[in-house]
Ligand binder design. Sequence first.
Ligand code: FE
Length: 202
Amino acid sequence: MAIHKLRRFVGNIAELVDRQPHGFQKESELIEGGLEALSELVSEDDWLPDAYAVPSPERYQQFLLHADARQRFCVVSFVWGPGQQTPVHDHTVWGLIGVLRGAEYAQPYVRSADGVLSPHGAETRLERGMVEAVSPTIGDIHRVRNAFDDRVSISIHVYGGNIGAIRRSTYPADGPPRPFISGYSNDVLPNLWDLSKESIAS
Ligand code: FE
């Protein structure tokens, strides 16, 4: 497993976040740079440790791969079992999505001033290696699902906070938004820092 790729990616995102002034003024630059780095990370499926790629028949899994020491960002592997999907939900922070394995569908939603939720444009299919972004400034509400009914898909997500601990909302079709905190599926983080196991070539 080429875990050094994840370590380098975490370093790249930290550099981008370091450069961002307070507030959303330069969010577009951060997202642009982040998508470029994520695109490179998901271009090869040879680095995600197996423990963070395990589906559950119960529900989609969200494995924390890295949390920034100051909770400015985190990296998560999102593991879809066959046919699994999210509820309509928001994030409240910027988020980057890159498909590492399989494919997924994303349907954006918009909420009008009177609170009515409606699909915004068509559902888009993200193939392996493709990336997209969400945020409160560019569109933050969506529903995502595995494109396959017979196999696992995995996407790598980066968020502008410790997403598993952020108070956010799902949007049921009939009824008001429901607050939720997603948490994470794993108790143990991958070890990005044991450099002794890596060959000189890497
Ligand atoms: Fe999402």
